[in-house]
Design a binder for this molecule. Structure first.
Ligand code: SF4
Ligand code: SF4
Length: 127
C-alpha cells in the first residue's frame, strides 16, 4: 500500500487516473481524505508495480510513501473483548472458531483507531 499526500496544486489534478493509465496498473483506493487545499489517499497496488507507480505519482507532484508496518497484536495481553472488531475500517479483526479475536494484519492501513480503543493496550503500530 502507498500513502499519497496532496498539496493545494496537486489535489485539483486527476493524478490517480493518469497514473493508472500511464503505468497500466489497477490502483485500488483504500481510504481517502481530500479537501480543497490538501489531501491524503491510501492506495493498494500489486508489489511488482509499486516502484513504477510511486515514481509516476512523484513526477505528477504527489508525495508517495510506502506503508510498511502493519498492526501488531499482543496475544498475551488481549482479552478478546472485540472492541477492535467494529472500529477497524478494513475488517482486520475477526472472531475465530475458538471464539478468540484474531488479526489479519496484511489488510491494515495504519489508521491507528484500534490502538486507541483497545482497553489492554494490546495493539501497536511499528514505526
Ligand atoms: S480491543 Fe484489544 S483486548 Fe479487545 S479484542 Fe481487540 S486486541 Fe484484544
Ligand atoms: S490501525 Fe486501523 S486499519 Fe489497522 S488494524 Fe487498526 S483499525 Fe484496522
Amino acid at each position: 500500500m502507498i500513502l499519497l499526500k496532496y498539496d493545494s496544486r496537486s489535489v485539483r489534478e486527476p493524478i490517480i487516473a493518469k497514473t493508472a493509465i500511464e503505468t497500466e496498473t489497477l490502483l485500488n483506493i483504500i481510504k481517502a481524505s481530500v479537501g480543497a487545499r490538501q489531501g491524503e489517499i491510501i492506495i493498494e497496488v500489486e508489489d511488482a508495480k509499486a516502484d513504477e507507480v510511486m515514481e509516476k505519482l512523484r513526477a505528477f507532484g504527489v508525495e508517495a510513501v510506502k506503508i510498511e508496518g502493519r498492526i501488531e497484536k499482543d496475544d498475551e495481553l488481549c482479552v478478546h473483548c472485540g472492541a477492535c472488531i467494529s472500529i477497524c475500517p478494513v475488517e482486520v479483526f475477526s472472531v475465530a472458531d475458538d471464539k478468540k479475536v484474531v488479526a489479519d494484519s496484511q489488510k491494515c492501513i495504519r489508521c491507528g483507531v484500534c490502538v486507541t480503543v483497545c482497553p489492554l493496550s494490546a495493539l501497536s503500530l511499528p514505526e
